[in-house]
Ligand binder design. Structure first.
Ligand code: KIV
Ligand code: ZN
Length: 512
């Protein structure tokens, strides 16, 4: 058995299924590029047959990404599989991932099919996919709650048809590490041709054990592929978190004895990008990528770390993209220092124009804030006003007045299709007044389903990072904005969300 562990990232497919986490095609491409920098082996770019938007996103990613294998999900039917193959046609390395549910519950209640019908459909679908691409993955959905005898029959048949990866999902996050590890071990021992495929784990986090279950699937079960998402993004409680599972394998190489292709220095930038794009904030105490993950607050710990880092540190913050020197740049720093810092942080700008725009924003920020931290720089480069120059709405300026006992009032200037518009309104607070002033002009009718503010570097001097989630006609989008003034950050986030609601071409419908 090989000692190479394949990392299959499904942030853009399973992660995106999380309510409110839907992404535009361009956002997906940006994340796919970052995943390629991170050197993930397989990127599940979407579910091509689920919508035209998802098809376009898979196609664009397949055309652009050269190093990682690009995969599309497909239900076990000819139409889905053909759509996946069409979207993947230009990929340097492509994979079709086809699935059908195998648990009694799902077969009876959801599919209304007999086990024999499911067996036949699984076989035929893999045969059909194998005629279109060489690399075919098969998943028995709700596999962990399926009857092992039936599962062995299905798996043996699909491997005979040419499936190269067998993935065993714990679709509802019901597994316990020891039981899941043994479940996979047992299947591998019983399926006669099990050595002809790579075995894979896919764990949901409903009981908080997705990472532990995945690791048991590898260690006990002998799986050699882990399916995971950045920040553990995903439906309900999410998926196995890439950063945690990768750092567990790397830090405890003594125990797992496996090698990984991942360039871990890009982990933090990937986490920031996914969080910024989806508006799903990373909790401060989240392992590896949380703001406190490497902070030592107690005197005893600080003393120990100063004497010898390994007294309290099991991994080096630098290895996952945090830089040791936290206060990084100031007002006098030049373009080269800024570019160097981006490089140290593992950030690669798409073009020289984007670098220039980010540098201009950095200068603007440095005029208002004496110390610029890594987190400021990461927020600044992922600010959506850089990524989307030709948007319908753009922020220009804002003034607001609030005083105890008086109703706050805001005046805002912004652009609509390049034309300047002024508007003003009262509100319950300055943020409410500002967003009402925008809405008075735009009349989007959108419902706000989330508003959150995060202080980027922890103090009152820091930039506020605001996420606004809007819903309109069944479509949910996230807008983010950052600024030392949280009222301005809120207005930027609101305009960015409105831009996404406007851009019909970018629509990526919810997956079925
Ligand atoms: O959780 C699940 O079962 C899935 C399959 C489609 C692989 O995401
Ligand atoms: Zn899943």
């Amino acid at each position: 058995m090989t000692d190479k562990l394949i990392i299959f990232d499904t942030t853009l497919r399973d992660g995106e299924q999380s309510p409110g986490a839907s992404m535009t095609r361009d956002e997906k491409l940006r994340i796919a590029r970052q995943l390629e920098r991170l050197k993930v082996d397989v990127i599940e770019a979407g579910f091509a047959a689920s919508s035209n938007g998802d098809f376009d996103a898979v196609q664009l990613i397949a055309k652009t990404i050269k190093e990682s294998t690009i995969c599309s999900l497909a239900r076990a039917n000819d139409r889905d599989i053909s759509r996946a193959a069409e979207a993947l046609k230009d990929a340097a390395h492509s994979r079709i991932h086809t699935f059908i549910a195998t648990s009694v519950l799902h077969m009876e209640k959801k599919l209304r099919m007999t086990p024999d019908q499911v067996f036949e459909q699984a076989k035929q679908s893999v045969r059909f996919a194998k005629n279109l691409v060489a690399d075919v993955e098969f998943s028995p959905e709700d596999g962990y709650r399926s009857d092992p005898d039936f599962l062995c029959r299905v798996i043996e048949a699909v491997i005979t048809e040419g499936a190269t990866t067998i993935n065993i999902p714990d679709t509802v996050g019901y597994a316990i590490p020891e039981l899941y590890g043994n479940f996979i071990k047992n299947l591998r021992e019983r399926v006669p041709n099990s050595d002809k495929a790579v075995w894979s784990v896919h764990c949901h986090n409903d009981l908080g054990m997705a990472v532990a279950n995945s690791l048991a699937g590898v260690k006990v079960g002998g799986a050699r592929q882990i399916e995971c998402t950045i920040n553990g993004l995903g439906e309900r409680a999410g998926n196995c978190s890439l950063e945690e599972v990768v750092m567990a394998i790397k830090t405890r190489k003594d125990y797992f004895g496996l090698s990984l292709g991942i360039d871990t220095q890009h982990i933090l930038a990937s986490s920031r990008m996914v969080s910024q794009t989806t508006g799903f904030v990373v909790q401060p105490n989240k392992a590896v990528v949380g703001a406190n993950a490497f902070a030592h607050a107690s005197g005893i710990h600080q003393d120990g770390v100063l004497k010898a880092r390994d007294t309290y540190e099991i991994m080096r913050a630098e290895d996952v993209g945090w830089t040791a020197n936290k206060i990084v740049l100031g007002k006098l720093s030049g373009r080269n220092a800024f570019k160097q810092r981006l490089q140290d942080l593992g950030v690669q700008m798409e073009s020289e124009a984007d670098t220039n725009a980010a540098f201009a924003r950095f200068k603007e920020l440095a005029d208002r804030k004496t110390e610029i931290y890594d987190e400021d720089i990461l927020a600044l480069v992922s600010d959506e006003s850089i990524a989307h120059d030709n948007e319908q709405f753009g922020f220009i300026s804002l003034s607001q007045h609030s005083e105890t006992g008086e109703r706050p009032h805001a005046e805002i200037v912004f652009t609509v299709a390049g034309k300047e518009v002024k508007s003003s309104s009262d509100g319950n607070g300055p943020v409410d007044a500002s967003l009402k002033a925008i809405e008075l002009q735009i009349k989007s009718g959108a419902e706000m389903v989330l508003y959150s503010v995060n202080a980027i570097s922890g103090s009152t001097e820091s930039q506020g990072e605001v996420t606004v989630r809007l819903q309109n006609s069944g479509r949910v989008v996230n807008g983010t904005g950052s600024d030392p003034d949280i009222v301005v950050a809120s207005a930027k986030a609101y305009l960015s969300a409105l831009n996404k609601l406007q851009s019909k071409a970018d629509r990526v419908a919810a997956q079925g």
